[in-house]
Design a binder for this molecule. Structure first.
Ligand code: 5CA
Length: 163
């Protein structure tokens, strides 16, 4: 399904549709407090920050890429560049919205108008369940790392800064 066909849907509904199409029962939770940052999301949910999926957009040359990084880790730009084979720069807020259709703080790992090549922090695989943003800074959803990998088509790599 092309999610640019459903731009009239709210941001959480676009994520819900993408999960449903991918065969994952959507269990989107809305909070009355901010889940904008990984720590805020962890506190609201009552889980560890490591189990929060940060959905970070970068430019690999001229093309956007998505890095799904454990909330416990900082992304190592050189490692991401080694995976893409390009130079990497941060995407600004406009580029994030352009690439994903979502605003920073609510960027989900799927549900984009056009596919975005995706890289997954290997550290996320250690958990039974992880939580990702569902389109806004108040919506999140749980997913197993295996399903996250399947529904994003992401490549599992070592992404964390170690020094
Ligand atoms: N809802 C939470 C967790 S589910 C969330 O979206 N976290 S996040 O880490 O994926 O999104 C926040 C990230 O956006 C920050 O870690 C930071 O990397 C990035 N960010 C914040 N402000 C800017 C900005 N002005 N320009 C580019 N990136 C930014």
């Amino acid at each position: 399904m092309a999610f640019n066909m459903v731009q009239h849907l709210s941001a959480p509904d676009r994520v819900r549709a993408a999960l449903s199409v991918a065969g994952v029962a959507p269990r989107i939770r809305e909070f009355g407090v901010s889940t904008r940052t990984a720590q805020e999301a962890a506190d609201a949910i009552g889980t560890s920050v490591g189990q929060i999926v940060k959905s970070l957009v970068f430019m690999a040359g001229d093309a956007p890429v998505l890095a799904l990084v454990s909330g416990a880790n900082q992304l190592d730009l050189a490692r991401l560049g080694a995976s893409t084979g390009t130079s990497i720069s941060r995407a600004d807020a406009n580029a994030v919205r352009q690439a994903t259709g979502f605003a920073i703080g609510g960027v989900p790992p799927l549900g984009f108008a056009a596919p975005v090549p995706t890289y997954i922090d290997r550290d996320l695989l250690q958990y039974d369940l992880v939580w990702a943003a569902a389109g806004t800074p108040r919506h999140v959803f749980p997913i197993t790392p295996t399903e996250l990998q399947r529904v994003t088509g992401g490549t599992v790599v070592d992404l964390k800064e170690t020094s």
